[in-house]
Design a protein around this ligand. Structure first.
Ligand SMILES: C[S@@+](CC[C@H](N)C(=O)[O-])C[C@H]1O[C@@H](n2cnc3c(N)ncnc32)[C@H](O)[C@@H]1O
Length: 543
């Protein structure tokens, strides 16, 4: 990027991750299949594109640059958007850029808190190998069934057959519903977390919903092809999200979400809607089919062995030899907000997936059914960092998403990583979606989004420089602000704020900084130029 910039290319004429359709190439003798190319850089030359694909032969792990903030494109990939909900998904295009920056084709990429599998899927979509680990069986099922290769025609036939059978025998009358409840599989009445509006999973549904879901599931289970069955179960599980008493509609856009994803609590909705199940299932089936179509060039029977999707704990990666992984991108749980295992009960019950006592013990959260303390949480995260260090090769990178509001937790991560032997290279702000209005109003207390902390495993790591008494805070603040403005050719209040928080965290004086600079605006207005239209602060030309 610096070289391109030096050659005169600006942000607006460097385009990344653009899919090109190759007009000439064909596969096989007469089968015409579209070939897609995704060059690393497209350079706009007088409004046309020229293509540059850097050769991985010259790839040097030691000199990889840190990435600047990447605009989020959450909805633009069918493989991640709309197939199945999950709690706090990472934006696929951000993860893809990180994978491309810190690893090369063929490399092994690991995410030990993998969730809905964005890291593993993007690793494969970029010709890497991927390992996705998660403790939550629901997450593991989602990823496995999402990437399971299928023949599209057979999948479509299976869907059509199920649809017509369902429409023929759908339980409608009270009597039919009663019979269906006895005859078809029902979810285990697993207990729901404290604070839920009802006590067990079955109470999250009306009898009619239970009968309909049970019947639909029984039809899917009759499929003999495992991958097709699981792909349809994925669409089924995604339909469960919409067909229960906690589904909250967003009337303005016709969408919505069930309470576990939306409020992180099983809250019964005032009006959960009553869209026919088969209609929901059809939409979800189409999303699954489209996702598979989008992935099939990179994820297919020939490449599927490049993915390992494992139910396990990040705190014990014993099945991975030391120094076997080339890059780790991970987004661990943060604090108390989301007890993943408790909140996944509705899906785990319908999918017949078991969560053991040991799983609960290993889950890296605060609170939850096991009432874990901050110390429990810190110990589990620290143990997972140790394991990440062990399995990573030397000279390779770990990108660790930091979305915690507590600076104490920053120090835990940095100190644990350093005590293992990681070198802290730098943290960069990276949003994962829209910033809420509340956060913007109160700039100097919270980050505008998450941070990505980048470490490298090197033989002689340098420790992070801490603030010392001789340092002048005002000077550091000024230097940091000037630095961010110069780097970006003008910076917004939000960018300046984020950079100062990182500096405060790095130097260990964030609390002091917050106390002395409750509002940055007057200082910025005094020392810098401000443009109302672009909302950018710039360095005065007189300086
Ligand atoms: C913030 S989420 C990850 C979301 C993911 N980045 C995505 O895009 O879907 C954290 C994940 O860590 C998992 N988890 C919690 N404790 C774990 C542990 N000890 N080992 C592995 N996974 C764990 C949770 O089940 C959850 O899926």
């Amino acid at each position: 990027m610096p070289v391109l910039k030096h050659l005169g290319y600006e942000q607006h004429n460097i385009v990344r991750s653009k899919t090109l359709k190759h007009p000439f190439l064909k596969i096989g003798s007469n089968k015409k299949r579209e070939i897609k190319l995704i060059p690393d850089y497209l350079l706009k030359v007088e409004e046309n594109f020229a293509c540059e694909t850097p050769k991985s032969a010259g790839f040097d792990y030691a000199t990889r640059p840190l990435l600047e903030e990447i605009p989020v494109k959450k909805q633009k990939a069918k493989r991640h958007f709309g197939v199945h909900g999950y709690f706090t998904k990472q934006s696929w295009n951000v993860v893809a850029e990180y994978i491309k920056n810190f690893s090369k084709p063929g490399d092994l990429v690991l995410d030990p808190f993998g969730g809905s599998g964005v890291t593993a899927v993007e690793a494969l979509m970029n010709n890497r190998r991927g390992i996705n680990i998660d403790l939550n069986p629901m997450a593991v099922f989602l990823v496995q069934s999402l990437i399971a290769p299928v023949n599209q025609t057979e999948l479509a036939e299976a869907f059509e057959q199920i649809k017509s059978e369902y429409i023929k025998n759908e339980p409608k009358t009270e009597d039919e519903i009663k019979k269906a409840l006895k005859k078809y599989p029902q979810p285990k009445p697993l207990p729901l977390p404290k604070g839920s509006d009802v006590e067990t999973v079955d109470q999250l549904f009306s009898e009619k919903q239970l009968a309909e879901l049970g019947y639909l599931k029984s039809l899917i289970l009759r499929q003999s092809n495992e991958n097709i069955k699981n792909s349809l179960l994925l669409a089924f599980s995604s339909s469960v999200n919409k067909h229960n008493l906690t589904f909250h509609y967003t009337k303005s856009d016709g969408g919505g979400d069930s309470a576990a994803f939306r409020y992180y609590r099983y809250r019964i909705a005032p009006d959960p809607g009553n869209m026919p199940l088969i209609q929901i299932f059809e939409t979800k089936y189409k999303k699954v089919a489209a996702a598979k179509k989008e992935m099939e060039y990179y994820i297919n029977p020939q490449t599927i062995s490049n993915a390992q999707i494992i139910k396990g704990t990040a705190t014990n990666l014993k099945f991975l030899p030391k120094e076997s992984v080339d890059y780790i991108y991970t987004d661990p749980p943060y604090g108390k907000k989301i007890p993943y295992l408790d909140l996944s009960a509705m899906w785990n019950a319908w999918l017949d997936l078991e969560v053991t006592e040991e799983d609960y013990r290993q889950e890296a959260i605060e609170g939850g059914g096991q009432k874990k303390s901050k110390d429990d949480y810190n110990t589990l995260i620290a143990q997972s960092i140790k394991e990440m260090y062990r399995v990573l090769k030397f000279d390779r990178w770990l990108s660790f998403v930091f979305a915690h509001k507590d600076p104490e937790f920053w120090h835990l991560i940095i100190e644990t990583a350093e005590s293992c032997g990681f070198e802290y290279i730098g943290a960069v702000p990276q949003k994962n979606g829209q910033t809420s209005f509340k956060k913007r109003q109160n700039p100097f207390t919270v980050l505008s989004g998450q941070l990505i902390i980048n470490f490298r495993k090197v033989r002689n790591p340098k420790a992070i420089l801490k603030a010392n008494l001789g340092m002048n805070m005002a000077e550091i603040v000024m230097q940091t602000v000037e630095g961010v403005i110069a780097k970006n050719n003008g910076a917004t209040l939000e960018q300046i704020n984020d950079e100062l928080i990182i500096k405060g965290l790095e130097l260990g004086f964030l609390d002091l900084l917050k106390k002395e600079y409750t509002d940055l605006t007057p200082i910025l207005m005094n020392s810098f130029d401000y443009d109302d239209e672009t909302e950018l602060f710039t360095i005065p030309s007189t300086r």
